[in-house]
Design a protein around this ligand. Structure first.
Ligand code: 5GP
Ligand code: MN
Length: 334
């Protein structure tokens, strides 16, 4: 462990109070990394709470420790008290504090030591940073962090399930550009800790609903715009879809990946109308950098091939705007 981490190791050498938090609308890596660290740390009698800034999808309800999670808007008083009396705040799977809105205020006010564990591009600065953009997932970093703390750590089957969830989901089932050697090496080790891959597959990929499948069918049939001339495709999910298909947190997860299966499409954009803003998801192939695009134009960011952003404008306007930007870029590069 580097000198920088010696003080952190010292802090963790006796039971302390810890807050673990992760980004809004937690995905598999956010949930997996938070609960993996939770399940690991409670073994040492630390007082640990995972507090998430917004609701998480119901399909994570099977995860070990999930019942103990506080959802910030539903438990604000308890969460604020916990954060203010914590000795350490662990920020997982995000690179900038605005990603935990509406929890960002209290975290700033509390002025507690922060440990960031993350793999997104261009992170803000925090007291301790366990950060690597080459990591396939924050769960890979949790596995590595645990080994930094202890050369031969005790990783339970429950912790293994959480780490596997993040690696599986962030690598798109070991298929996207984030997939690296560590993903396979770590999973091989997790299998020796009792990990049951079939069980996780049933929980994550075989426990959906009929209405979610029909929503997917409708989105691909009726809500997809393909611009092969520009190599870009859009899918719009509006408020009407949310009502018709009774969409719940996480129900659009993965949808943005489908258009990339078309040979000529290199950028896919999911435009989702929410109550007050429009949320954007970008995915790209190869060298196309959607992190830069989301950062420059849509107050967002993420990874080279997977990024998000937001806008106050409606979907139609955004399709026009993004199309213009891509056309301009094409002309410039001619
Ligand atoms: P998704 O499209 O699945 O919501 O997000 C893709 C990636 O970009 C994820 O790694 C996510 O954490 C990141 N991301 C999504 N939205 C934002 C945003 O508004 N700001 C930043 N900095 N990152 C985002
Ligand atoms: Mn991640």
């Amino acid at each position: 462990m580097s000198a920088n981490f010696t003080s952190l190791k010292e802090l963790l050498s006796q039971p302390i109070q810890i807050t673990i938090t992760t980004h809004q609308k937690p995905d598999g890596d956010a949930m997996g990394s938070s609960l993996a660290l939770y399940n690991y740390l409670i073994q040492f009698h630390h007082r640990v709470k995972v507090i998430v800034p917004t609701e998480f999808p119901k399909y994570f309800n099977w995860m070990p420790g999930v019942d103990e999670i506080l959802i910030y808007p539903n438990s604000k008083i308890e969460a604020d008290e916990w954060i203010q009396s914590s000795d350490l705040i662990c920020c997982l799977d995000f690179n900038t504090i605005s990603r935990i809105h509406p929890m960002d205020e209290i975290v700033k006010i509390a002025q507690k030591p922060i440990l960031l564990i993350d793999h997104h591009l261009q992170p803000d600065s925090f007291q301790w940073m366990f950060h690597d953009i080459a990591a396939c997932s924050t769960c890979e970093l949790i596995y590595r962090f645990i080994h930094e703390l202890d050369e031969h750590p005790s990783i339970s089957e429950l912790t293994a399930q959480c780490i596997y969830t993040g690696i599986l989901t962030d690598t798109g089932n070991f298929q996207n550009g984030a997939t690296n050697r560590n993903a396979f090496l770590i999973v091989a080790d997790l299998l020796s800790k009792g990990l049951n891959i079939q069980y996780i597959q049933e929980q994550l990929n075989q426990s959906s609903t009929e209405s979610k499948l029909r929503f997917l069918g409708n989105a691909l049939l009726n809500k997809l715009t393909v611009r092969k001339d520009l190599g870009i495709a859009f899918i719009v999910v509006d408020k009407k879809d949310a009502k018709t298909y009774n969409l719940q947190a996480g129900d659009t997860e993965g949808l943005v990946n489908y258009p990339l299966s078309i040979q000529e499409i290199n950028i896919s954009v999911l435009i989702k109308e929410e109550r007050e803003i429009t949320k954007l998801s970008f995915r790209s192939k190869g060298d196309i950098n959607v992190n830069d695009f989301a950062r420059t134009h849509f107050e967002g960011g993420g990874h080279k091939n997977a990024a998000g952003g937001k806008s106050i404008f409606p979907p139609d306007w955004l399709i026009k705007k993004i199309t213009e930007l891509i056309e301009k870029d094409k002309k410039k590069n001619k």
